[in-house]
Design a protein around this ligand. Structure first.
Ligand SMILES: *[C@@H]1O[C@H](CO)[C@@H](O)[C@H](O)[C@H]1NC(C)=O
Ligand SMILES: *[C@@H]1O[C@H](CO)[C@@H](O)[C@H](O)[C@H]1NC(C)=O
Length: 402
């Protein structure tokens, strides 16, 4: 029997900006020394990973996992023994607290840490990750959002990471870094803030959610599986945990051709770019386009908005027109237009962090423009608010009369 992850909150798309043009070329099978080390280590420990490789998967040099032979739907592509995986902590913990758990485990058990060295060395280097846990709270950088809600959101999250490090967070003491410092003063003193905060982002973005034997949902690090890129609709695999062996498998959801990229769905919320940017620092264009969560009626980043836009939009003509007007006002209120954003993006000197945020707001504006069109179109055939309120009035009236 298999268990499918209820929530796959995981990974990030490692971008070309992060890794330059990548150490992997599309034309050969050679892995970087770190990735080669990871493959060797997994194989030595009984993992079945023969029919996949790491490669560049688009013209920008994005790194991903690729099939090296054809697979049928339902076939297992990858098998990772449980001993090669790490249960970091309860799934509800934010990255800041998961980082405390992981670092404390590494310090407490040097032999265990050593046995995972080839995995740790394959992970992204310091300074190459970015997410809400470690957002740069520089006012100029945050102003690039053109959205106060998002500025506030990243502040709350990055402040939390800082507070867990300082011991000032409003949570249990054992979840915070000073507890580790008290237990292991010498070893903990060697861990700099940069290392800790990098781990806060890593444990938030590179972990899957699965239950352990006690059926408690955990954040789990799954070597190699964490290198697959996200795809929402159209992904070709899912990750499961075997209840008896506790091992992990990646299974094809449809036939996969040799050379095809292997993708899975981290979380359908990533189909909305504000969620994907803040949590994983990637963006995508999906078809049909989707509004950001914050451009949906009552939308925000702490709830699930995985359905199509229509699911959240008003059903009646009045409500639809009202929302279209809201989006038009929003669009007019941005300090720059799509064309002006394009001009800024043409500047080669932009930092990759600034560039991605400007790309985000351009994509947001484009999706709002398309959203307005779709909503106005929909309003033409929606029932009239006027009729509805008349019905309601009559209904109320008859009630009152009774
Ligand atoms: C754990 O292992 C990693 C990778 O091998 C190493 O860089 C790190 O210093 C180790 N941590 C501790 C606390 O020994
Ligand atoms: C984050 O921390 C800074 C510095 O302490 C503080 O000024 C700011 O108000 C905090 N932001 C939020 C949203 O709590």
């Amino acid at each position: 029997m298999r268990m499918v992850a209820l929530l796959v909150i995981s990974l990030l798309l490692v971008t070309s900006q992060v890794h330059g043009s990548s150490s992997l070329s599309a034309s050969d099978h050679e892995h970087s020394p770190e990735i080669a080390g990871l493959f060797d280590w997994l194989k030595e420990n009984g993992a079945k990973i023969d029919n996949i490789k790491m490669d560049r998967v688009n013209k920008n040099g994005l790194r991903g996992v690729v099939a090296t032979r054809d697979f049928k739907a339902g076939e297992v592509l990858v098998h990772i023994p449980n001993k090669c995986t790490i249960d970091v902590g309860p799934y509800t913990m934010p990255g800041a607290e998961l980082a405390v758990q992981l670092l404390s485990k590494q310090i407490e058990d040097p032999a265990w840490n050593q046995s995972f060295s080839r995995y740790f060395e394959s992970l992204p280097a310091w300074g190459t990750l970015y997410s809400k846990e470690i957002w740069k709270l520089d006012p100029d950088h945050m102003a690039l959002f053109q959205e106060p809600y998002l500025e506030h959101y990243v502040q709350v999250n990055a402040n939390w990471t800082r507070d867990v490090w300082n011991g000032a967070a409003e949570t249990d003491e054992w979840k915070q870094w000073p507890a580790v410092k008290a237990r292991f003063p010498v070893e903990a003193a060697k861990i700099p803030w940069e290392h800790y905060s990098h781990y806060a982002s890593l444990t938030a973005t590179y972990t899957f959610v699965f239950p352990n034997l006690a059926k408690e949902y955990q954040r789990v690090m799954l070597p190699l599986l964490d290198l697959c890129n996200h795809k929402g609709i159209g992904s070709n695999t899912f990750v499961t945990k075997d209840v008896r062996s506790q091992d992990y498998e990646m299974v094809a959801t449809r036939p996969i051709k040799a050379g095809e990229e292997i993708t899975h769905t981290y979380n359908m919320d990533n189909e909305r770019n504000d969620y994907a940017l803040i949590n994983y620092f990637f963006l995508q264009r999906v078809d049909p386009p989707r509004l950001c969560t914050i451009d949906l009626p009552d939308g925000h980043l702490d709830a699930t908005f995985a359905e199509y836009d229509d699911h959240y939009l008003p059903r009646d003509k009045g409500g639809l027109l009202h929302h279209a007007q809201y989006l038009e006002d929003k669009l007019a209120s941005f300090p720059t237009t799509v064309a002006e954003d394009e001009k800024l993006l043409a500047n080669k000197k932009l930092s990759w962090l600034d560039r991605r945020v400007i790309e985000f707001r351009r994509e947001r504006k484009l999706s709002i423009q398309l959203g307005i069109k779709r909503i106005r179109e929909q309003a033409k055939t929606a029932y009239s608010l006027l009729q509805m309120s008349e019905v309601e009035e009559n209904h109320k009236f008859s009630h009152n009369e009774l």
